[in-house]
Design a binder for this molecule. Structure first.
Ligand code: ZN
Length: 503
């Protein structure tokens, strides 16, 4: 009979190995998306598949299964760190265990063919090329949900992978007031007839100078280049290769400053979260962010609540003008600020402003739920999509390529993922409100380019905990309240009333 101490030691050794294997896979995929020569693609795919199958085998191995069972039956402190480690390991193990190998294989094959079909359908604007593949993906995801969900709503089983503890009922409760209020705000902005131009952001900004700007901006926020780096890629991301190496990527557009600048702020926000996790959680099941929604709250907070705020640009604009004199000389601060926060009834999610963004997410949430439950047939998706865009955003996609074919998520089997973007927005505002209450000088600090107080608050209340607490618990501890849409809506109303002269 092993003592509890011995069991824990063995568990942590095993968890450390899993974490190292995952980090190796992450480094390979970072390389794949940055510097890998094109000819290495199939070899790299093989290497990644091998590591992932090793990981899967180790997670579902009897040794791990027995260890978890013994630890769960032990008298570990129910509120202690070790118990939280076991909980997180169990979540991962159950997903790995309950999805049969045959289904994993079918999902891998189907999502790879669906991805090809999606790409072709999008470039030729022919939804019918993608429809049968999409139907097959949803069929397999229903099977997966039934395998891991053990009788609950299918959608709950799928979203739990990305947002532990979230349910479709809770999301609806959160999103319902959001929809009405954001639609109303967007309509009242359109009714003013005010159109801020973003032409100043679309002047020619040489890439070399943008590179310096992005580096300096990330560093000023507190992103640690000793434990990270900034590289270029097609679809920007942040990735933690273990706890001590958290990298960010961006994409430079010579004729649009936003892409790299706000994109870098966003990815730096994700990365600072991982960099802020307590060192004692390294190589344990707690050594990563609490959920995708909480992760997105960190990126959105730095990108929008800080990076697109008036105090930030009151401080940062003179330096930006000095770095880009021919592009920005004579541009008034207010005009630059308005350009960076231009509201537009847009078709494309990834280009959406803060007022519209959640509405893009609501469309996807409602439709993927209906598709999963069988309330909507795949053939009817384009019409359902366009109808919601008309109702919520006041625009009708002229083509499916600019409509229901714009995102890759469903093609690669990410169902239940979209809500985490909107949850991230809501969490970002609720956290920022709490940080502001705790730090009355926050606006002045941001104006002065001093982000250390804000980062310290986030470290203390969110980042250092990693996955120690479930997202809902973490938010209550940090802000004293459960998640609601109220802080985000108040933030939007305040900011955009000023920008668009709403009464
Ligand atoms: Zn993000």
């Amino acid at each position: 009979m092993s003592t509890l101490r011995e069991l824990l030691e063995r568990f942590k050794v095993e968890a450390g190995i899993l974490s190292d294997l995952a980090a190796a896979a992450d480094l390979l995929s970072w390389d794949q998306d940055t510097y890998m020569p094109a000819g290495a693609a199939s070899g790299r795919g093989q290497q990644l598949a091998t590591i992932h199958s090793l990981l899967h085998a180790r997670i579902t191995d009897d040794r791990m299964v027995d260890l978890l069972a013994e630890l769960e039956a032990s008298d570990l402190d129910p509120r202690g760190v070790d118990r939280a480690m076991v909980r997180e390991a169990r979540r991962v193990a159950d997903r790995a265990k309950f999805v049969p190998a045959r289904l994993v294989e079918e999902l891998a094959k189907r999502t790879s063919s669906a991805r090809v079909a999606w790409s072709q359908a999008r470039s030729e604007n022919r939804f019918e090329l993608f429809a049968p593949e999409l139907a097959a993906v949803f069929e397999l995801k229903r099977e997966e949900a039934d395998a891991v969900g053990r009788g609950g709503p299918r959608y709950d089983a799928l979203i739990d992978e990305f947002e532990p503890g979230a349910t479709v009922a809770g999301i609806k409760e959160l999103f319902d007031p959001l929809r009405a209020e954001q639609v109303a705000l967007l309509e009242s902005i359109a009714a003013t007839g005010v159109q801020h131009s973003d032409a100043v952001l679309k002047r020619n900004y040489p890439v070399s100078a943008q590179r310096e700007l992005c580096r300096a901006t990330a560093a000023s926020f507190g992103y640690d280049f000793e434990h990270g780096r900034l590289d270029e890629t097609l679809h920007p991301f942040a990735i933690a290769i273990g706890a001590t190496d958290v990298r960010i990527t961006t994409r430079y557009d010579e004729n649009f400053l936003n892409t790299a600048l706000f994109g870098t702020m966003h990815e730096a926000g994700h990365a600072m979260y991982e960099q802020g996790i307590a060192p004692e959680y390294r190589r344990t099941p707690l050594g990563h962010g609490a959920s995708l929604g909480v992760h997105e709250s960190q990126s959105r907070l730095w990108e929008n609540l800080v990076g697109r705020s008036l105090p930030y640009w009151e401080g940062a604009f003179p330096a930006l003008q000095a770095a880009f004199p021919s592009q920005l000389a004579g541009v008034a601060l207010r005009d630059f600020y308005a350009a960076a926060n231009r509201v537009e009834n847009s078709l494309i999610r990834v280009e959406a402003d803060e007022v519209s963004y959640n509405l893009h997410i609501l469309v996807r949430f409602e439709l993927e739920l209906a598709l999963l439950d069988g309330d909507l047939a795949v053939a009817d998706l384009p019409d359902a999509w366009n109808g919601r865009y008309r109702a919520y955003l006041g625009v009708t996609p002229p083509t499916d390529a600019l409509g229901c074919l714009q995102d890759i998520h469903w093609a690669v089997g990410l169902i239940g993922y979209f809500p985490t973007y909107a949850i991230g927005n809501l969490v970002s505002a609720q956290l920022f409100e709490a940080a502001k209450a705790a730090t009355p000088t926050l606006d002045d600090d941001i104006r002065a380019g001093d982000f250390s107080g804000l980062l310290a608050w986030l470290r203390e209340n969110v980042q250092r905990h990693g996955s120690r607490y479930r997202p809902a618990e973490l938010l209550v501890a940090a802000t004293g309240k459960e998640l609601t849409a109220a802080p985000y809506l108040a933030y939007l109303r305040g900011k955009y009333s000023d920008l668009y002269g709403l009464r």
